[in-house]
Design a protein around this ligand. Structure first.
Ligand code: TEU
Length: 569
């Protein structure tokens, strides 16, 4: 990409709103669009350029809106189309953009398309979804009769039997989220038309949910293949059949042609792609191929996973460096990275990769932020991350709401796992950690709602909240503000070349960024151990401090969780 004319989003920072948990304006305990409108000053004050709004469409809320029953309206739970228009106008008036969530790998099982598809085997929309008879020689409902052995992302088989027709339908996620059949051109056309409708309404792009799963590897006669068996399970790993399947680039290019062509300069498109490799990401984000601007990859948030996300291993610093280093190098000349620690699916980074003890919580949150925001790519800030929000102190199953957590608990316990151990894993990894309400102030419900919040407010909100941090220059919030401003003012931050240093060091993460003779050295101590900086990086102590996360800087020592952005002479 020529450095002279980089796209606008190379300098942008995106803020993700998970509306259910952001701000409730009508007292029903659930966040809504009115709540987003109330807090636009918070975003403007932070300095972000784009708001990515998680789904607000009509939905039975089986997966908090990632199960959509109408793509062209707003769920009354969240507000109205008029409020969405108001949000677009209010953001544009402040120079910000709106990116909507696009969830088109699957719909809700209550979407009219699926209701029709399910109504009979000869319905014109039957083929809009993946219907298959039981495995050969088996009867519907027989154990193991599912058409393939794939395990769902949300536990159990990816197939649900429809008693009426005796056929199964595919759902890579919950059974209430049937997969659309992208092989059918009518499905693709319907999705494209819907996307154009939103763009015409003024939205500025899409975050595309699991978009690398829309092409399935279909054999002759529509056959879908079993995957390799999963350890300790009757099910298999079907991912080879649906991650970046044979027609994925064709489908994404077609979408670009049909929807984005002619308007792509002003838009931002980001494909969420579990399991994507850096080689594939390079193809998806090569501007010459006209697919998407950037992808969300999952490598770094999988480094603490064992056989599954519930099998938790401590993160090894070398693995993190090897992974981020590979992505930085792999997309250096062609393509573009997106950068994130937190989102609505991940436990809170300060608890997971930082140190949320009272002593180090603020320092580790700002250290992690500095590390991420000084990489090359577009950073994403997830609501509450800028306040140092931490994982919730869950103590019982009743406190969880997420379908992934609840399904996992049912399946793991019925498979004989110790319920106490299952709960421990949920406490660390449940997506509900990210979904507790945003902590606006110290009042009883953290200023989130006047009613009863749908998910408990973290008790630490009395200390950790936006109001307490807004005018505190030492706060996590103030540090995010400075990081975002630095990206906007200094070209080397968005555009500079990246070089990893100290690849084998277990606790210190360091790299340089270079552009047109300007060289930044970034050094982050991801531990409680103090280091003599000169022993690690001899050029560091004499360099000019552009931004640090600890006050009263002693140039010679890198204190626990200290991060520095230095300009080399
Ligand atoms: O997530 C895709 C995905 O594969 C994972 O992030 C998944 O949610 C889970 O965390 C695996 O452990 C997207 C959305 O971000 C997520 O909220 C939805 O539940 C999912 O797709 C289905 O739409």
């Amino acid at each position: 990409m020529p450095v002279e004319q980089p796209p606008w989003w190379t300098r942008a920072v995106v803020y993700q709103v998970y509306p259910r948990s952001f701000m409730d304006s009508d007292g029903d305990g659930i966040g809504d669009l009115g709540g987003v409108l109330l807090h636009l000053d918070h975003l403007a004050d932070l300095g972000v350029d784009v708001l990515w709004l998680s789904p607000v469409y009509p939905s039975p809320q089986a997966d908090n809106g990632y199960d959509i029953s109408d793509y062209q309206d707003i769920d009354p739970l969240f507000g109205s189309l008029e409020q969405l228009d108001e949000l677009i106008a209010a953001l544009h008036a402040r120079g910000m953009k709106l990116v909507m969530d696009l969830v088109v790998n699957h719909t809700s099982d209550q979407h009219p398309w699926f209701l029709e598809s399910r109504s009979s085997t000869d319905n014109p929309k039957r083929d809009w979804y993946w219907w298959r008879p039981p495995r050969e020689g088996m009867a519907p409902g027989d154990p193991g009769a599912e058409p393939t052995n794939w395990q769902s992302f949300f536990s159990g088989p990816t197939w649900e039997l429809d008693e009426a027709s005796g056929e199964y339908y595919l759902h890579l996620f919950d059974r209430r989220q049937p997969d659309l059949n992208w092989e059918n051109p009518e499905v693709r056309q319907a999705v494209h038309a819907m996307m154009r409708w939103w763009l015409d309404r003024g939205v500025d792009g899409f975050r595309m949910d699991v978009i690398n799963m829309i092409s399935k590897d279909v054999g002759p006669g529509g056959h879908l293949h079993d995957g390799p068996p999963l350890a300790g399970s009757a099910l298999g790993d079907g991912s080879a059949s649906y991650l970046c399947g044979p027609r994925i680039h064709e489908f994404v290019q077609e979408m670009h042609r049909e929807v984005f062509a002619g308007r792509d300069g002003a838009l931002l498109t980001v494909g969420e792609m579990p399991g994507v490799t850096v080689e594939q990401a390079r193809l998806f984000t090569d501007p010459a191929r006209a697919e998407v601007d950037m992808v969300f990859q999952f490598e770094h948030v999988g480094l603490d996973h064992g056989t599954s996300k519930w099998d938790i291993h401590p993160l090894r610093m070398r693995d993190l460096k090897a992974s981020f280093g590979r992505w930085q190098a792999g997309l250096a000349d062609v393509g573009w990275n997106s950068l994130y620690w937190d989102n609505h699916d991940q436990p809170r980074a300060v608890s997971r990769f930082g140190d949320d003890s009272p002593r180090y919580r603020r320092d580790s949150a700002t250290c992690l932020a500095t590390l991420l925001h000084l990489h090359r790519g577009t950073p994403y800030v997830y609501q509450g991350e800028e306040l140092g929000m931490a994982n919730y102190p869950f103590t019982s199953l009743e406190e969880f709401a997420d379908v992934e957590s609840l399904n996992h608990h049912v399946h793991a316990v019925s498979a004989g796992h110790d319920p106490a151990e299952v709960l421990t894993a949920l406490r660390c990894m449940s997506r509900d950690n990210a979904r507790t309400p945003v902590q606006w102030d110290a009042s009883p419900n953290a200023g989130f709602t006047t009613g009863t919040p749908w998910l408990a407010v973290h008790p630490d909100h009395v200390e950790w909240n936006a109001e307490a941090q807004r005018d505190d220059e030492h706060s996590v919030l103030a540090h995010y503000r400075r990081l975002i401003a630095l990206r906007h003012t200094d070209d080397v931050v968005p555009l500079g070349d990246f070089t990893m240093l100290l690849p084998d060091h277990d606790e210190v993460y360091a790299f340089t960024r270079c552009l047109d003779g300007v060289e930044l050295l970034v050094v982050c101590n991801l531990s409680r151990t103090p280091y003599r900086l000169a022993e690690l990086l001899p050029e560091a102590p004499a360099a000019e401090l552009l931004l640090g996360n600890l006050p009263d800087d002693d140039p010679a020592e890198l204190r626990p969780w200290e991060a520095r952005v230095l300009r080399l002479p």
